[in-house]
Write a protein of this length. Structure first.
Length: 255
C-alpha cells in the first residue's frame, strides 16, 4: 500500500494505492489533516511518496510526521528528471520544472503512448504538450482564477477583492462579477487556443484534464469527447508510477 501525497500551492492531495488500484483519495489544507486522513484509510502504508510542489516546510513536516507515525516505513521524494518511462523533458534544467507537471505528463504519456496535452487547473493553470515519440514540446503557465482576480484587486483602485463563486456568469453585473467573468474567460480562452493548436498538430492526440479547478475548463477542452480524459488524481497516479519504476529519491533531508 503506497501513500502518495502531492503538496500543492493551495492544498495537500493524497491517495492510497493498493498495487496500481486507487483505494482512496482526498484533499486537505494542513499536514496534520493529511496524516490523519491517510491513517483513517490504512493502519500503515508500505511506503510514503511525496511530490513537493508547494511549501518546503509542509514537505519536511509531512516527511517527519510520517516517520513518527509509521516508524520504519520508507519515504520517497519525487524530483523532476530529464527523462522517465520514455518521456523526455523539454527543459534545459529539469529541476526548475514543477514536479506536479512532470508527474502528470509521465502518467498521461505512459497511459496512451500517443501525443498528449496535459491541462492542470490549480492555483496556476499549466498546459504541457508531448509528441508521439515522448518528447515534451513545451508548455504554458497561466494564472489561475484566484490569482488573476487577486492581481486585479491589488493593482487597480476601484476593483477591490471579490471571492470566486461556483456559478461564473458570462457577463458580470457588478465590478466583482465582471472581474470573475473576465478571469475565467481569459483562462478558458488561453486553454482552448492551446488545446486547439495541439489537436491541429496531432490528430491522434489525447487531452488529459486534472486539478482542483478542472470544472471551469470542461468546455474549453470539449469534455465528453473520446479524446479527453478527466482524472482528478493524475499527478498522484504519476507519483505512484514513478515509485514502481524506482524513479523516486529516498527521503534523507529537506526536500
Amino acid at each position: 500500500m503506497l501513500a502518495a501525497i502531492d503538496i500543492g500551492n493551495s492544498r495537500l492531495k493524497w491517495a492510497l494505492f493498493d498495487g496500481t488500484a486507487l483505494r482512496g483519495a482526498g484533499a486537505v489544507t494542513t499536514v496534520a489533516d493529511c496524516l490523519e486522513a491517510l491513517a483513517a484509510e490504512a493502519d500503515a502504508p508500505s511506503a510514503v511518496a511525496l511530490a513537493p510542489t508547494g511549501s518546503p516546510e509542509h514537505a519536511q513536516a509531512l516527511l517527519s510526521g510520517a516517520g513518527e507515525r509509521w516508524p520504519g516505513v520508507p519515504r520517497f521524494v519525487a524530483r523532476t528528471r530529464a527523462r522517465c518511462a520514455g518521456l523526455v523533458n523539454a527543459y534545459q534544467d529539469p529541476a526548475t520544472m514543477g514536479v506536479d507537471r512532470w508527474l502528470a505528463m509521465v502518467e498521461a504519456w505512459s497511459t496512451v503512448r500517443l501525443p498528449v496535452c496535459v491541462v492542470d487547473a490549480g492555483t496556476a493553470v499549466t498546459v504541457d504538450a508531448v509528441d508521439g515519440a515522448g518528447q515534451q514540446l513545451g508548455g504554458l503557465i497561466i494564472p489561475g482564477q484566484a490569482l488573476m482576480m487577486g492581481s486585479l484587486a491589488r493593482s487597480t483602485a476601484r476593483v477591490g477583492a471579490h471571492a470566486a463563486t461556483d456559478a461564473v456568469p458570462r457577463w458580470g453585473r457588478s465590478t466583482g462579477a465582471c472581474v470573475e467573468a473576465g478571469s475565467v474567460a481569459a483562462i478558458r480562452g488561453a486553454v482552448r487556443e492551446a488545446v486547439a493548436g495541439f489537436r491541429a498538430d496531432f490528430q491522434d492526440g489525447r487531452v488529459f484534464l486534472t486539478g482542483g479547478d478542472r470544472g471551469l475548463l470542461h468546455g474549453a477542452v470539449h469534455a465528453g469527447d473520446d479524446s479527453v480524459t478527466i482524472d482528478p488524481v493524475l499527478v498522484l497516479r504519476g507519483l505512484e508510477r514513478c515509485w514502481r519504476l524506482g524513479q523516486l529519491d529516498a527521503a534523507g533531508g529537506t526536500p
